[in-house]
Design a protein around this ligand. Sequence first.
Ligand code: GLA
Length: 388
Amino acid sequence: MEAEARKKLVAEKFSELFGGQPQLWSRAPGRVDLMGSHTDYNLGYVMTMTIDQDTWIAARARQDGRVCIRSLNAAGGGDFALDSLEQSRGCNWTDYVRGTAWALQQAGYRLTGFDGLVHSTVPFGSGLSSSAALEMACAVMFQQTSDLKLDPVEMALIGQAGENQYVGMNCGILDQYSSALGQAGSALLLDCRSLTSQVTPMAAGINVVICDTRAERNLAGTEYGERRAQCEQGVEMLRSHYPDIEALRDIRFEQLESHRAELPEVVYKRCRFIIQENQRVLDLAQALPGGDRLRLSELFRDSYQGARDLYQISAPAMEAMLQAMLAAPGVIGARQTGAGFGGCMVGLVEEGQLAAFAGQVLNDYAQRTGIQPQVYPVIASPGAGLLG
Ligand code: GLA
C-alpha cells in the first residue's frame, strides 16, 4: 500500500475509534540480520539491516496520565494508567507499549500519555522484530507527547530494558538497535559491546530476500534462554584460564579449542558457533561492498550449518526453505535470520533473477512442506523517527 493511502486509512480508523484527527505520527522499521545469529548477547558483532516493513503509530496526546492503544493488525488493545504499570499487564501485544513506558519512567522520564492507533506491515512472530519496531515507534511517540529528546542508542537500550524486565524476554540489543539506528539503503556492522555501528554498503546488483517459512515458532519458550545460559556457562568455565574475559566475544577460537575437553559437549558447541559466527560477521563486512559471490555464498552456508549443527536453532521448515532457496535461480547465499526455531530465512539473490527465484522458491517450498511461504525482496529503510 502506498504511504499516502496507508496514512489516510490509519487516520480514518483513528477518528472512528477516538474521534477527531491524530496529531502525531511515528514510525519504526523491522530488521533482518545478514550475519551474526545470537552474537548480540555475547557482546559480539552483527551485520544487520532495517527492512521497508515498518510500524506506525498515529496518536493524540492526552493529559490524564493514561495511554489508550489499539491496532489495525492485532486484536485486543490496552487502556492503562502510566502510574501503575507494575500492577497492570495486558498479557498481549500491548505489553511492548507498557514495557517501553515503564522503562522510560524507570530511566527518570516523566511521560504524557496518548490515544494511539498502531498499523504495522512487519509480520508478527516471523523473526523480523515486529516487537522492537513497536517499542521504538512507542519510544518516538512518547518523546513527542512528553517533549523529550532521547539519543537513539539510549532509546534502543530503553526498549531492550522494557522487553527484558517488563515483558520478560531476555533478548539482546540487536532488534531495538537496528530499528532505532538503521540507515536507508545500507546494512550496519553493529558492535554490541560498544553499541556503535558502521554503515556497510552492499554491492550493486545483489538483493536481500526474505523467505518466510510461515511455520509455527515459539521463541519465548525455553530455548532462547537456554542458549544464553549455555554461552554464559562457557564464559564462566573459560574464565579460570582467562580471568579477563567478560563474554564469548573475548575468546579466540584457538583458546576455545585448547580447553575443549574441559567443557560439556553442548557448551563447547554453542561457544564454537558464536566465536565463528562473530568472525563471519567481520568477514561479511569485507565481502559485502565488493560483492564477492563465492565468499558471500560460503559465509552464508557456514552460518546456516553452524546454526543447525552447533547452535541447534534450525527447524524442519527452515531446512526445507534452505533447500528450496539453494535450488532456485540467482541465489548467492541462504541462511537463518532472527532467533531461529522457524520464522524467516534470508537470501542474497542476483537482482536480475528476483522474479525467477521467488517463483521457484514459492512452489518448491510449498511442495516440500504443504505450507504456503512468503518470499519478498527488502530494502533498508531509515531508522525510527517521526513519520515524514
Ligand atoms: C532475537 C533477539 C535478539 C537476538 C536474535 C538472535 O531476535 O531479540 O536480541 O538475540 O534473536 O540473533
